[in-house]
Design a protein around this ligand. Structure first.
Ligand SMILES: C[S@@+](CC[C@H](N)C(=O)[O-])C[C@H]1O[C@@H](n2cnc3c(N)ncnc32)[C@H](O)[C@@H]1O
Length: 218
């Protein structure tokens, strides 16, 4: 199998984050809104396996460890650079591996076939084949599990000059808000028998989706 280091997208992500990873957690708290709302809604009890796909610096996994003690944490990211930060931040609290959100095999990478909670946070907006990544994340759910997604929405409540500026700023980092995400989430939910609940943050800044698998019958 070709190594991820050889993939152009992995190389691009390393290039974006090689320097940025050192200031990522401090700077992103001012514009990646909704992540803590997602974490508060996880309801991950002790022993629950929680996977963050595209975990970046491990910021969310560290917060999940604090909010949901006893949850078992897993993370994958395509960027070896980001994983250096995640390993340093989490110090063995999570199993981490390099993997592509569009094609990873959880059992081979993390030793688990499925997870009670799967998280995608501000990553679909950076993944070219994001529809596939969403479906792949849904495929990792254990029975009764749920997939939690937060990402930029249309930003349509912002004054237009500010919206244009923000979009241009995001594009510099290869970030593109996925305005079609509600529609695609509904398609994935219908195809996989999941129940979808969605909401938007103030000013259409972020969108939050939860795709829940039905509880197994006793
Ligand atoms: C904006 S950061 C979000 C990090 C973290 N989830 C958060 O909420 O802070 C986007 C992350 O997606 C990762 N990424 C981009 N494309 C990916 C892919 N195809 N597979 C796995 N990770 C990917 C990047 O390396 C980066 O760490």
């Amino acid at each position: 199998m070709a190594s991820l280091g050889a993939s152009p997208h992995a190389a691009l992500m390393d290039e974006v984050y090689r320097g940025q990873r050192h200031i990522y957690d401090f700077t992103r708290k001012y514009y990646l809104f909704g992540r803590d709302t997602l974490i508060a809604g996880l309801a991950a009890g002790p022993g629950a396996r929680v996977l963050e796909v595209a975990c970046g610096t491990g910021r969310n996994l560290a917060k999940i460890a604090g909010a949901w003690p006893g949850a078992r944490l897993y993370g994958i990211d395509i960027s070896a650079e980001m994983l250096k930060s995640a390993r340093a931040a989490l110090r063995g609290e999570a199993s981490l591996a390099q993997g592509d959100a569009c094609s990873f095999m959880p059992q081979a990478l993390l030793g688990e076939p499925a997870f009670e909670r799967v998280v995608l946070s501000y990553s679909l907006s950076m993944i070219p084949d994001w529809e596939r990544a969403l479906d792949q994340a849904a495929a990792c759910l254990a029975p009764g599990g749920s997939l939690h997604v937060v990402d930029f929405a249309s930003l349509d409540g912002l004054p237009s000059p500010f919206r244009r500026l923000l979009r241009a700023w995001l594009a510099r980092f290869h970030v593109e808000p996925r305005e079609d995400l509600p529609h695609v989430a509904a398609k994935v939910a219908a195809a996989r028998g999941l129940i979808l609940a969605s909401r938007r943050g103030p000013l259409g800044y972020y969108q939050l989706h939860v795709l829940k698998s039905p509880e197994p019958r006793p």
